[in-house]
Design a binder for this molecule. Structure first.
Ligand code: M6R
Length: 604
């Protein structure tokens, strides 16, 4: 939610700032702005709309300087107007601030500052920060001292980057929202996420909650808010900038759909041994899960669908498992204790709802594990352990490759938990792993032969789109519908196939295509449910293998290979991703940046 970029070094700051903002737009695109230090004071340029609008505004009058900050916004306090765009400044424009998160005590601080004659020009919570810093500067504190005093007064969640007139350093602090420093020779970056500066460096330090970073032209100092040094590991990330670009595809989403074979190969690489029938999960010793009595998975959105998929696999193997929407888990969690393993599933590892659930589980004494894509993310650091899905950067707001990689990771984890509890891997593990290893090539084939574009076109003007599935097909139906509504803005719903007749069937008309997912689990019953909809006029699109009985009655067919029923739904999901993508493309929607959404939701 909101992207921050900062840059200190020789030469022009504007270009890396704008590149960073473009790379961060997936975090929010309501408004954008930059502030650059040019020796004669800070120059701020900002406006509502996307970064491309900001670039057009800047073109005529580019701010010059070596140090700068920038921001791309997803609105929380105040609408997406020019005035509410970041950076925000104090009344003298000597302090410029960009912020991601929410300042909970902003109303109290603003009242106090107003009484001291500070004038506010926006509706944002952020604007109190430059005024607070200015107040401490007026009281005689130096730049760094004023910054630390101000940060100490903030309550809530924030990642903040601050620039002061005449000062060639940037000051940053993190509490609950992500912030990472990038370093190369004598050029330094601050950002909400690594892809912001990947074109420049892959050498990074992730800040932790409570950290302050002072980024000077000759180096970076990491301390707590009082100024006590903290030791933070410098690491190299293995994402390359090419991966973060569109590589010739029209949209990031389409590129990421096509990256699934690679992402899955990376997810399982070195973790599976079909011959020995063994699963090796990075550093988890054999038997590590033997005491797990029950598993609770917590997640939001697409990650919740992956979590539901994982919980069904665990239950089928005899492990008590439940999947929970993370935002509900904090108010209605099931009993949790030392025998519980709570697994947070999150692509970004920064989703506030999921972090809240994770922290609750820790308080209850559960063992915690994060399944995430982002090394160094908050969830990876808060949980006792982390498993990385290794999908590479995902920029499109609609999650695609990360869903597949999460589900595969959870399938491996489920088998491993079962093996540890039982003391032996079971007889069918080798065959399952062999099937898993075939998956990347088979998804490649599916992507090449898919008729999803034609089906999207055929049903484009429908009133509503239904997705149904049973067992492991159910989370896939939910995910198919979420993807469809998220990027087409058309109404779509996912249902357990057997539930149609309990109400939703009333909505079915010839203008309601039903996409039915067949995974090989009780397909006859799903077919019966699909026929019930078809009998009311609904066009039926069967997602199933070529020789499946459903193809005999369906109006259209999307093919998947004949495979292990634990994996079949994941192939079906790729077909449904393509249907959603092509429908959105035909409707000319902004596919990578759907309205009102953001890639990383760091507010509750
Ligand atoms: O980063 P996370 O996986 O925790 O994000 C969770 C949801 O916000 C996310 O999956 C969202 O539903 C996607 N936009 C769906 O495509």
């Amino acid at each position: 939610m909101c992207g921050i970029i900062g840059r200190v070094g020789d030469g022009d700051a504007l270009e890396p700032l704008l590149t960073g903002l473009e790379n961060l737009e997936y975090r929010g695109y309501d408004s954008a702005g930059v502030a650059v230090q040019n020796g004669a004071g800070i120059k701020v340029q900002k406006r509502s709309g996307e970064v491309s609008e900001l670039k057009r505004t800047i073109d005529g009058d580019p701010p010059e300087g070596e140090v700068g900050i920038g921001h791309t916004r997803w609105s929380t306090h105040g609408p997406p107007t020019d005035a509410n765009a970041h950076p925000h400044t104090d009344s003298t424009a000597d302090v410029a601030v960009v912020h991601n998160g929410i300042i909970e005590n902003y109303a109290t601080l603003r009242e106090r500052l107003r009484e001291a004659d500070h004038e506010f020009t926006s509706d944002t919570d952020t604007e109190v920060i430059p005024h607070l810093i200015q107040q401490y500067l007026d009281e005689g504190y130096g730049s760094e001292g004023a910054f630390r005093r101000a940060i100490d007064e903030l309550e809530g969640s924030y990642a903040v980057a601050v620039m002061l007139s005449g000062d060639h350093s940037l000051y940053a602090a993190r509490q609950g929202s992500p912030l990472v420093v990038g370093m190369q020779d004598e050029e330094f970056f601050l950002a909400s996420d690594v892809p912001a500066f990947l074109e420049y460096t892959d050498d990074v330090v992730f800040l932790e909650d409570g950290d302050v970073a002072v980024v000077r032209p000759d180096g970076v100092e990491f301390t707590d808010v009082e100024g006590n040094p903290v030791d933070r590991e410098r690491q190299t990330v293995d994402w390359d900038p090419e991966q973060a670009g569109k590589a010739g595809y029209d949209h990031f989403m389409l590129k990421e759909i096509h990256e699934q074979p690679t992402a899955l190969a990376q997810a399982i690489e070195g973790r599976t041994d079909p011959d020995a029938g063994a699963i090796d999960l990075d550093g988890f010793e054999s038997g590590t899960f033997e005491d797990v009595e029950r598993v609770q998975l917590v997640a939001c959105g697409t990650s919740y669908h992956a979590a539901l998929y994982g919980s069904l696999l665990l239950n089928a193997a005899g492990v008590h498992a439940t999947a929970h929407l993370a935002n509900e888990y904090s108010v209605a969690a099931p009993p949790t204790d030392g025998g519980s393993l709570v697994i947070a599933v999150s692509q970004s590892g920064e989703t506030a709802d999921t972090l809240g659930a994770l922290r609750r589980a820790e308080r209850e004494g559960a063992r915690t594990l994060t399944v995430t894509n982002v090394v160094g993310s908050t969830a990876a650091r808060v949980a006792d352990d982390a498993l990385f899905i290794r999908a590479g950067p995902e920029i499109g707001v609609a999650a695609t490759k990360t869903f597949s990689s999460q589900a595969v990771m959870l399938a491996l984890l489920a088998r491993r938990i079962v093996a540890d509890r039982r003391g032996d891997p079971g007889t069918d593990l080798g065959a399952f792993l062999a099937e898993l290893e075939r998956m990347p090539d088979r998804i490649d084939d599916l992507l090449e032969t898919s008729h999803a574009a034609g089906i999207a076109d055929r049903y484009l003007d429908s009133d509503s789109y239904f997705f149904i599935g049973r067992g492991l097909g159910f989370p896939v139906a939910l995910e198919g519908a979420l993807k469809f509504k998220e990027i087409t803005y058309e109404h779509a719903e996912g249902f357990a196939a057997g539930e149609l007749k309990h109400g939703p069937l009333a909505l079915v008309t010839p203008e309601t295509p039903v996409f039915a997912v067949f995974t090989g689990e009780e397909d006859e019953r799903t077919l019966k449910n699909a026929e019930e909809a078809q009998a009311r006029g609904a066009p039926l699109v069967a997602v199933c293998p070529e020789d499946h009985p459903a193809t005999e009655i369906a109006d259209a067919h999307l093919g998947i290979p004949d495979t292990d029923s634990d994996l079949a739904g994941l192939f079906a999901n790729v077909q449904l991703q393509l249907v959603a993508y092509h429908a959105a493309d035909l409707l000319d929607r902004p596919i990578d940046k759907p309205r009102n959404l953001a890639k990383s939701v760091t507010v509750e």
